[in-house]
Design a protein around this ligand. Structure first.
Ligand code: XMP
Length: 335
């Protein structure tokens, strides 16, 4: 049978240790150098596990020949873009282009409430912002991507005609005028292996073991039509939940946990006055493959602490609810 570069060889050892990761890194560093020579490589660096590991690997292989573009769509969690700048721009001294496109995204999303329309707008605009940056650069012939093995398996499934519940793969192809050869050094790895490689490359533990975060970001957690005020409340509430999960030692144990803020208000009371606000909905789930999920039973002590902090510290929120619906019937995200 012909060699298929997109198929993981049956005898490929699972990367579980630093030694195996170091060997993989050395092989890929050589492979990337052989592939790109002295040419420039472009990478969309979201700050997620896969693109971060690819960035660190390519910085090791080709240094400043790699140009990382970080597009802040205004829907990142608190502190995320700052971490990308800190780790890649400063500590690893990468060639990093930071684009704050918050206004472009939020202006386009104003008044749009349908979840799939929101996803499409975010995905399309992301490509446009990235393409605008790519056109400004000269002599780039390669595009690096954080494709991992489950992405390849998923595309095979979709090519076979299986239907997705939500359009997750929102970042489609680049416009016709931008043609690059792909560099995909981790495309045969599973997620747990990518993490081991990331740690071997010296990336911070919190970045490598970061919980999954959807491409459209907080955009699908600020339910319905996004407003800047409600988005700001969501971002603060979500940061409090994450901080308390860290404090109570839950962060590494729960697969995904986050806050959702719907576009409804209820009557509450604050400082002896009527206080109308949004509810913050907490979600914490465990899953193996995201196709089904069980809910994490968050201890009451944690729920009380998070509720007290969110209602005291976040402008516009007056209640906290806890979603105990497994998937099915609830999907993990609300939109
Ligand atoms: P659902 O909500 O379908 O989510 O149960 C399953 C997993 O996929 C993530 N998710 C997305 N990821 N773009 C992404 O990159 C999206 O549009 C998207 N929607 C959901 C979700 O966070 C969960 O991990």
């Amino acid at each position: 049978m012909a060699f298929d570069p997109n198929k993981r060889p049956d005898d490929m050892a699972r990367i579980t240790t630093k030694e195996l990761a170091d060997r993989f890194i050395e092989e890929q560093v050589n492979a990337v150098r052989a592939q790109v020579g002295n040419k420039k490589v472009l990478l969309a660096l979201s700050g997620g596990v896969d693109s971060s590991v690819v960035a660190a690997l390519l910085i090791k292989a080709i240094g400043k020949q790699l140009i990382c573009v970080h597009v802040n769509h205004g829907l990142m969690r608190k502190g995320e873009s700052e971490q990308v700048i800190e780790v890649f721009g400063k500590a690893l001294d990468a060639n990093l282009v930071y684009v704050d496109a918050t206004d472009r995204f939020l202006d386009l999303l104003a008044g749009v409430s349908d979840p799939e329309s929101k996803r499409k707008i975010i995905g399309k605009e992301f490509i446009e912002v990235f393409a605008d940056e790519a056109r400004k650069l000269e002599g780039v012939e390669f595009l690096a991507q954080g494709t991992i093995y489950p992405d390849i398996l998923e595309s095979v499934k979709q090519a076979e005609g299986k239907k997705a519940v939500k359009s997750h793969h929102n970042v489609g192809g680049l416009p016709e005028d931008l043609k690059f050869e792909l560099v995909e050094p981790v495309k045969l790895l599973f997620k747990d292996e990518v993490r081991v490689v990331g740690e071997a490359l010296g990336l911070p533990h919190a970045m490598v073991y970061r919980q999954p975060f959807p491409g459209p970001g907080l955009g699908v957690r600020c339910l319905g039509a996004i407003t800047r005020e409600r988005l700001a409340a969501l971002r603060e509430a979500d940061a409090i939940l994450r901080e308390e999960f860290d404090n109570f030692g839950l962060a590494g144990k729960v697969w995904q946990y986050f806050v959702v803020v719907p576009d409804i208000k209820s009557v509450g009371v604050k400082d002896d006055s009527r206080y109308e606000g949004w509810p913050a909905i907490l979600r914490a789930v465990n899953t193996k493959d995201a196709m089904t999920a069980t809910i994490e039973e968050i201890p009451y002590e944690v729920l009380h602490k998070v509720t007290a902090r969110i209602t005291a510290e976040v402008e516009g929120i007056n209640r906290v609810l806890y979603d105990i619906t497994p998937k099915p019937t609830g999907t993990i995200e609300w939109e």
